[in-house]
Structures are given as C-alpha cells and as structure tokens.
Write a protein that binds this ligand. Structure first.
Ligand code: AMP
Ligand code: GLY
Length: 402
C-alpha cells in the first residue's frame, strides 16, 4: 500500500523473494507498475482495500505510509481476515501522538529528551499529532520559540516541550512481531532542504547506510530501545506488529530516542533495502503471523547512498506534468531509480509531486556509492530538478560522524 519511493523500494525487494507469487499495489506508481499490478484504490480507503485484498485473495498486505495506519487500516484488514504487516491504530499511536510516545518512553525508562513543564529556550516544541515532518520546532531563541508556539497552536492545541539535545542522528528500524524485534542496518537521513542542513525541513532529501555508530552496537539498540517498547505496548493490550522506527540522537551519555515512527522511513528505506541479504518477504510474513523466532536479516559489507531529486519549489510546492528524461541512462550506469512522485501521461513519464525520484547506488565504500549515485542523478533531467550536493559527503570522506 502506498505510492512513493519507499513503496517502490519495498516492492522491488519483495519482488526478489522466491516466495512471491503475485505483487499488487494500491495505488502504486509507474515504477511499481514495472514489477506488479497497480490498482486505483487509495491508502486511506480501508473498505476499498479490504474488498481489493479479498478479490485478489492476497496473502499479505504491507502498509507503507503512516496516516492510514494511525487511522486503523491494519485493524480493518485484520478483522476482514487478511494478514497485515503494519500496526493497529492503538499501536500506531507511538507515531500518531507525541504525548503517547513520551508516556511509553517514561514507563519503560528508555532514554529520551526530558519533558519540560515550561517552554523556555533552548527547547524543542512538538505538535502532538501527525504533521508530515512539519510539527517539530527546534528553538534556540525566544523569537524561534514564539514562532513555534504560534505554529503548533495552528496545528491543534496539544503539544509537548522537551529539552534540546545535541549530537548526530540515526534511524534504526526493526521488523517486529508484537514481542520480538529484528534490527535492520542503521541509516542516516537528511531532513533539511538545502546543502549544509540549511532551509526548511522536508520529508527527507537523501540517506545513506551504514552509519558509523561510534561504539554503539545495533543489537544493543534493539535490546535497549525496541524490545522494552514492544513489551510495554503488548502489556497495554496493543502489541506492535510492523516496522518500529526509532529516531535516535547519539548523545554523550549514549543514544536517546527523539521519536518513533510506525512504518519504514522515507528515504532511508531506499538506502537500506538494497543492502539487505535474506528474504524480506519471509520476514514480514513471519512478523505478521507473530512468529519471528529464528528470523535474521543480514546486510552486505557494502554501502548505499540515496539522492532525492525534488521539484524546484519543494517543500513549499510540488510540480506536475513536466517530462522526465534520463531514467534509463541512470539505471544503465548501475543505479536504482525509485519513483517517488511521478505519473505517466500518454506514455511519457512526468513529474507528479514534491519529491520526484530517488536515486540509490551501492558500492564497496560510502565514497564509491556516493560517486555512483551522483553520476546517475546528474543524468536525469526535468524542469526545475533540484537535489542536495552534500548527501553523505562527510561520512564518505571518512570523517567520524558517529
Ligand atoms: P522528530 O519528528 O521528533 O524526529 O523531530 C524531527 C527532527 O527534529 C529530528 O530529526 C531532530 O533533528 C529534531 N529534534 C527532535 N527532537 C529533538 C530534541 N529533543 N533535541 C534536538 N533536536 C530534536
Ligand atoms: N525520513 C524520515 C521519515 O521517514 O520520517
């Protein structure tokens, strides 16, 4: 379910599985259409999705985006007898409500930013509900705080205030079956629109994997962050079955949780999945059955870098109808090109969104992957195409970033 670059990357990985018989997408996109059949049912149409899943006799639904999960699409499908990789509405609150997430973190003792009773700079103000990446305000000055308070009140009256932490960030995903968690290789994303982490926050302008962890082990993160949260959610009667995404900050006293998401990250997924060994489809199906015992998902010794090609005015505005050229050239150069916001008009591939394409390349090192990804990205053309030039530049130069 879904129509972006994350879903294209998922579809591609699932299509590699020897266990896949048929691949269907709702609604999908022109990239996914090259791997399976796309059906014009929107991700927020739970009844339509259940009817489609029954008509096709699908054996597993993998949900991409957060909004339908928070709205309860996984519950509707499960009640209809369809196996789903994706949490119930109750468990998806871990992303859908910052207050709920804080409450769970406090109950488990998993390290996070301290909540503050009074909003005073420096601090971070977060709207309680889903805000598509636009609900978090880092306030270093009183002027920034005033602006943030005005903005969060426009988003709704509930918000949280917490201490401002400093340090490199890291996304750690785990496939979860309600009790067990299988970690995926860590990734880092680039949220700001422009080079040097300048400009407004976006959905994400690029990503890379692996990330030097500065002495932190993936297995330890899964044990100290994901597992206690799974136990707490199960105890509350809302076990989490799906992808639990921990957004971490590596602070001097160890990793702390900034946020949880209840689904694969975009664009981190486009960098992580091409590195993954093993059968992702088998793992997601096992998680949906509540039986991840014995499942492991290794990754290659390689690296991957993903560059997001966006419309000129993204994130303020997207673009539609501009012809896209050079995708075949980029693929011939060895890159994977994922469709994030495209459409087909009379057989021509055109822009249709804010983030248009994601170009991923792998290599033996981050430097090699980065060079290949940029060479491929340069060969793609559409009116106003824009991408950051500094994705993974520090990590590829060997500077310690962990
Ligand atoms: P979130 O949606 O909670 O991940 O927040 C989006 C971004 O805001 C994060 O990726 C961080 O860059 C930043 N952020 C969130 N919480 C904090 C915090 N407590 N201290 C510093 N930066 C934060
Ligand atoms: N890349 C950040 C997110 O998916 O929320």
């Amino acid at each position: 379910m879904g129509s972006g670059g994350r879903e294209h990357a998922l579809a591609r990985k699932l299509a590699e599985s020897p266990r896949l018989t048929e691949l269907h997408a709702a609604p999908g996109n022109p990239g996914i259409a090259q791997l399976g059949s796309c059906h014009p049912v929107r991700a927020d149409d739970a009844e339509g999705l259940l009817a489609l899943a029954r008509a096709l006799a699908v054996e597993l639904v993998v949900v991409g985006p957060e909004a339908p999960l928070v709205a309860g699409v996984a519950d509707a499908l499960r009640h209809g007898g369809i196996a789903v990789f994706g949490p119930s509405a109750g468990a998806a609150r871990i992303e859908g409500s910052k207050r709920f997430a804080k409450d769970v973190l406090h109950a488990t003792g998993v390290p996070t930013a301290e909540s503050l009773a009074v909003a005073r700079p420096p601090c971070v103000v977060k709207a309680d509900g889903l805000a598509a990446g636009k609900g978090v305000f880092v306030c270093r000055t009183q002027a920034e705080l005033d602006e943030a308070l005005t903005a969060v009140s426009a988003l709704g009256d509930r918000f949280v205030v917490e201490e401002l932490l400093e340090g490199p960030e890291l996304s750690v995903f785990a496939v979860c079956d309600g009790a067990r968690a299988v970690g995926l290789p860590p990734a880092r994303d680039f949220k700001r629109a422009f080079d040097g982490d300048d400009g407004p926050n976006t959905g994400g302008m690029g990503a890379y994997s692996p990330v030097p962890l500065a002495g932190v082990e993936l297995a330890d993160v899964v044990t100290t962050v994901h597992e206690p949260v799974l136990a707490e959610l199960a105890e509350r009667g809302t076990p989490f079955i799906g992808l639990l995404y921990a957004g971490l900050m590596l602070c001097e006293d160890g990793p702390r949780v900034l946020e949880f998401n209840c689904r694969f990250g975009d664009p981190e997924t486009q960098a992580i999945l091409p590195r993954l060994d093993g059968d992702l489809l088998g793992a997601l199906a096992a998680a949906a059955r509540g039986d991840l015992a014995g499942v492991a998902l290794g990754s290659g010794e390689n690296a991957a870098v993903t560059i997001v090609l966006a419309a000129r005015d993204y994130p303020a505005r997207g673009d539609s109808g501009s012809p896209i050229e050079g995708v075949a050239e980029a693929e011939a150069a060895g890159a994977l090109v994922f469709h994030a916001g495209t459409a087909l008009r009379g057989g021509t591939l055109v822009t249709n969104g804010g983030r248009i394409l994601d170009v991923t390349a792998t290599g033996a090192t981050l430097a090699e992957a980065r060079a290949r990804a940029y060479a491929a990205a340069e060969s793609i053309r559409f009116e106003g195409v824009r991408f950051r030039g500094d994705i993974a530049v520090e990590a590829a130069s060997g500077a310690t970033v962990g």
